[in-house]
Design a protein around this ligand. Structure first.
Ligand SMILES: [Zn+2]
Length: 373
């Protein structure tokens, strides 16, 4: 993840903190020390308030970390390696090396985190009850009760059946087991994620309108995050599972129309763009492909110079991000298409141009695929 710092290693797993997490850390400490404690325990000194606030923020950190470690340890135990754990604004992510290949493994890995959170919650809850029985001082019972609540929230929030949250993974594993089809399972679990995302957003708006603005905004953020995450995890699955298996050769448009690099932009617009109605063309110079030109690059030059400027001047020259081989997977082509500025890749067999794949080709394929399923 971008903007992350590694703070240590546990069982060979890198523990990383994203900058966004530091914001949460600061916010939690600040809110507790400046608002929650003064309102509830006005007799506490400011030193006591700030140090206890910091300890509780660290306990929050520890709770999320233990949750993620629990996923990781089970995952490693099942033979799926975990490279790192990243803690960020909405919690943590254990980066497992690959998706589990059977539903039972997925279920075990998914349930491990919430189980850990629940176990911590129950233990600390019992501890805080016992401590209040013996009339332990509040600055001992308050943080322990807080840890209990945090872990209870972690367990329940993560069990929302919205993929890619743990609960969504459990749901996916169950459907996967029942139907024997990971794709159908992912589609249903992601759809549930989308719906729950919207529900949480609406709940947030409702809270904000009824005066609970800060919590309302948090709910909107979290709902939006779940909604986005569920959509992108489904798209990732399509990309990797379907496009990972298709070769570019089967997917490309063959024998694309090429433009000669020495003709003028004006001629290209009239004789190619208007005629063929494509927005980009591979460019050839003496029978060798030298790059690609598209409407955006043409538009970036002064219109009154089009008559005197040749196509070569606006050609994006061949580079690694513009070229794939016919034997590459469509997933690889897609990665390049969504990264380069042209929105296309040329399919080259050695020095020979054999085809072209565009962003539109891929989106059309996804659309047709969705209609057929
Ligand atoms: Zn989890």
């Amino acid at each position: 993840m971008k903007n992350s710092i590694t703070i240590g290693k546990v069982k060979g797993i890198d523990i990383e903190i994203n900058i966004s997490w530091l914001v949460v850390f600061g916010l939690v400490t600040f809110t507790l020390a400046m608002s929650f404690f003064p309102a509830n325990y006005p007799e506490w000194s400011s030193f006591a308030r700030w140090s206890l606030a910091a300890i509780m923020a660290i306990a929050l950190f520890g709770s999320v970390l233990l949750h993620e470690l629990s996923h990781s340890v089970v995952s490693i135990g099942l033979g799926i390696d975990v490279k790192k754990i990243t803690l960020f604004i909405f919690g943590g992510v254990a980066q497992i090396e690959r998706e589990p290949d059977d539903p039972v493994k997925e279920l075990k890995i998914a349930i491990a985190g919430p189980m850990m959170s629940l176990a911590i919650a129950i233990t600390t809850l019992v501890a805080s009850r016992l401590l209040s029985l013996v009339e332990a001082p509040e600055f001992v019972t308050v943080p322990i009760t807080y840890i209990a609540n945090v872990n209870l929230i972690l367990a329940f929030f993560n069990m929302i059946p919205a993929f890619p949250l743990d609960g969504g993974r459990v749901l996916r594993a169950a459907i996967w087991k029942a139907k024997g089809d990971i794709e159908v399972a992912t589609r249903i679990a992601s759809a549930a994620g989308g719906v729950f995302g919207y529900l949480i957003i609406f709940l947030g708006i409702f809270l904000a309108l009824t005066g609970n603005i800060v919590n309302g905004i948090w709910f909107v953020f979290i709902g939006w995050f779940i909604n986005q995450a569920s959509q992108s995890s489904y798209q990732n699955l399509i990309v990797n599972d379907i496009f990972g298996k298709i070769k570019v050769r089967k997917f490309m448009s063959e024998n694309p129309v090429t433009v000669n690099s020495s003709i003028s932009i004006k001629d290209m617009v009239e004789d190619y763009i208007y005629k063929y109605k494509y927005s980009s063309f591979p460019v050839k110079s003496r029978d060798r492909v030298i790059g690609i030109v598209n409407i955006e690059r043409i538009k970036s030059t002064q219109r009154d110079s089009w008559e005197y400027t040749d196509v070569e001047a606006v050609t994006e020259k061949l580079n690694e991000s513009l070229v794939v081989s016919p034997e590459d997977s469509v997933a690889e082509a897609m990665n390049k298409i969504f990264r380069n500025e042209i929105g296309r890749v040329l399919v080259m067999d050695g020095d020979t141009l054999v085809g072209i794949v565009s962003r539109t080709d891929i989106l059309n394929h996804i659309r047709i695929y969705n209609q057929l399923h």
